[in-house]
Write a protein that binds this ligand. Structure first.
Ligand code: F6R
Length: 610
């Protein structure tokens, strides 16, 4: 949802802004631009299209100066075009603004500003900010920004520069993420941590309704009323290499292959002598014993991780679980109280709907727990307890390793609840913990299995030209099927649907014909025979079926046209190995079709608007 950056230091700002924007390109890639303060004026370069196009322009002529701001855009107001690209300027071209978020009342503000004689050059909501700041500016940029913000409704992370203040960047945040990387005599503003990792690991997290003043002498945080706020920076543990492709063709492929590490890191320190230790959840035994209902709220792939957790919690903890898409949950008046546990799942920790859902749950008195990959993200700060997935930064827009890490974190929470509520036998619990402990090796085994990987590639080559796919599964195979369909459609643009296999004959089976490949998640479990029946139903209608099956399944090849075998696990944990081939098949199909897998069209990694 757009990424913003800023630089103030002793080096040339242009190349640093560009480089740091690369770390944020996953947030939007319709257009990009930079503004650099250059001897009393603002030099702006903006381009339609991916960052590479801006890079070409900057290679020809890069603005000179050591203070600047930049932006990579995911269009909300105004089509992707050069005139709608940020930074936006005021009438006198003395104020430049980059912004992530939505100015909800931009329409009346724009009318007012036009009445007052301002001329607009774009269709964006952001441009009103530049003109509002211009209207309030006398000679104090900080004050002008502060006053302008009192007129704004909506969300923002913004950064402003003005050549009359060549040693100052004013930035502010409300409901859109903003951090400042603290270097030695240099400072790096950004929407997200990966953008600054190459420069520093010391990061100051800006919170809602705060302003930041960046000057050569340091960074000052203030409330919107001007009071100075003291806050310690955090030390980021991700290393800079994590945000590079390291020899892989794409971030997505690299991240798929990093899944064993993501599992290991997410498990690390959380199991001791077979016992799950999750003190970070900040729930007492009494709190946990009181829970009579669990709500899981999330969007997209994180929602699928939540669906898997519903099976785990209901089976292991025997507490009813409701799982909801956050954008539905927040508007449907759900019933929660102080005995409800609400788990918000979000890799970015910034998804607007998930955050709003979590805030609603808190208002109802529910205990809230966040699962996120980003330390210091809004959801992590507002939840009562947080369990971080340690997957490292995920740059590919399609979630892969963060999904796996979320599933692991959710299994851990489920086991933790079951231990305290004594809902599983000691033996069953020990068996699950043991298997969870081996999950990194299990996934590694699958990724090292060159024969299976070759089969996935062959399958992808054969079916890359198809226009529709169906994914089916039962039990945890159902969310895996949904995830398979989502991955395929988002990176290859092939129409794909995921269904609970038992639902097929209630409608979707009408879609089945020879040209529609069916991918059936048919790993071992108590509904295995039912899935086989569903496969036979579609086979009877000439479908081509690929089955994802457990290793050593001697029956499945009789029913399916093609089979990918994954290591055998217990049923509930099987979601982890079963989803990996679906990620890889989507990847190979998308590559075969020549798609940009890391930056699929119309998508952004962090959805900070509704
Ligand atoms: C799909 C994908 C999205 C996200 C969704 C939620 O590959 O990445 O569906 O899962 O936008 O994002 P988070 O987890 O950041 O809340």
């Amino acid at each position: 949802m757009c990424g913003i950056v800023g630089y103030l230091g002793r080096q040339e700002a242009g190349p640093i802004l560009l480089n740091n924007l690369r770390g944020l390109e996953y947030r939007g890639y319709d257009s990009a631009g930079v503004a650099v303060l250059d001897s009393g004026r603002i030099d702006v370069v903006r381009r339609l299209g991916k960052l590479a196009i801006l890079e070409e322009a900057l290679e020809k002529e890069c603005p000179v100066g050591t203070v600047g701001i930049g932006h990579t855009r995911w269009a909300t107001h105004g089509a992707p075009s050069e005139r709608n690209a940020h930074p936006h300027l005021d009438c006198k071209e003395q104020i430049a603004v980059v912004h992530n978020g939505i100015i909800e009342n931009y329409h009346p503000l724009k009318e007012e500003l036009i009445r007052r004689g301002h001329t607009f050059n774009s269709d964006t909501d952001t441009e009103v900010l530049a003109h509002l700041i211009e209207m309030y500016y006398t000679d104090d940029l900080e004050e002008a920004v502060r006053t302008a913000l009192t007129r704004i409704e909506g969300s923002y992370a913004l950064a402003v520069v003005c050549p009359e203040h060549p040693d100052l960047i004013v930035a502010a945040r409300k409901d859109s993420p903003l951090i400042v990387g603290l270097g030695k005599d240099e400072y790096f503003l950004a929407s997200d941590i990966p953008a600054v990792l190459a420069h520093t690991k010391d990061v100051l997290v800006v919170e809602d309704n705060e302003m930041v003043l960046v000057t050569p002498t340091g960074v000052v945080l203030k409330g919107l009323d001007g009071t100075v706020i003291e806050r310690e920076p955090i030390k980021v543990t991700w290393d800079a290499g994590a945000a590079e492709k390291s020899g892989y063709d794409d971030f997505m492929l690299k991240e798929i292959f990093e899944q064993p590490t993501a599992i290991r890191e997410t498990m690390r320190g959380r199991v001791d002598n077979g016992k799950i230790i999750l003190d970070e959840l900040r729930m007492t035994e009494a709190d946990i014993k009181r829970i009579d209902k669990v709500f899981i709220v999330a969007c997209g792939t994180s929602y699928h991780a939540g669906m898997v957790a519903k099976y785990a919690i209901e089976s292991w903890v025997r507490v009813p679980v409701e799982i909801d898409i956050a954008s539905e949950f927040r508007y449907r008046n759900p019933i929660l109280d102080d005995k409800t546990l609400m788990i918000a799942v979000s890799q970015s920790g910034e998804t607007a709907d998930t955050l709003a859902g979590m805030r609603y749950a808190r208002e109802q008195g529910a205990k809230t727990m966040a699962i996120t990959n980003v330390v210091g993200s809004t959801i992590s700060r507002e939840a009562d307890g947080v369990l971080y997935t340690h997957a490292g930064p995920e740059i590919g827009v399609a979630a892969t390793k963060t999904l796996i890490a979320q599933m692991i974190a959710l299994y851990l929470i489920s086991l933790y609840l079951s231990t305290i509520r004594r809902s599983l036998s000691v033996e069953d619990e020990a068996e699950i913990v043991d298997e969870l402990f081996r999950m990194d090796e299990i996934v590694q085994g699958l990724l090292d299995d060159t024969r299976q990987i070759a089969l996935m590639r062959e399958y992808a080559d054969k079916h890359a030209g198809k226009s529709d796919f169906l994914f089916i599964g039962r039990s945890v195979g159902y969310p895996v099927a949904l995830e398979g369909a989502l991955k395929l459609k988002e990176i290859s643009y092939i129409h794909a649907e995921g269904y609970a296999a038992g639902e097929l004959k209630h409608g979707p089976i009408a879609l089945v014909e020879e040209s529609v490949p069916i991918v059936a998640v048919a790993t071992e479990g108590h509904v295995y025979d039912k899935v086989i029946s569903n496969i036979m139903e579609v086979k009877a209608r000439d479908a081509n079926v690929l089955a994802i099956a457990s290793a050593d399944d001697s029956q499945i090849a009789k029913h399916a046209d093609e089979v990918i075998y994954v290591p055998r696990t217990s049923e509930i944990l099987s979601a982890v190995p079963a989803v990996v081939p679906l990620q890889l098949i989507s990847y190979y199909i998308a590559k075969k079709r020549g798609c940009n897998v890391d930056q699929p069209r119309n998508l952004a990694k962090s959805v900070t608007v509704e």
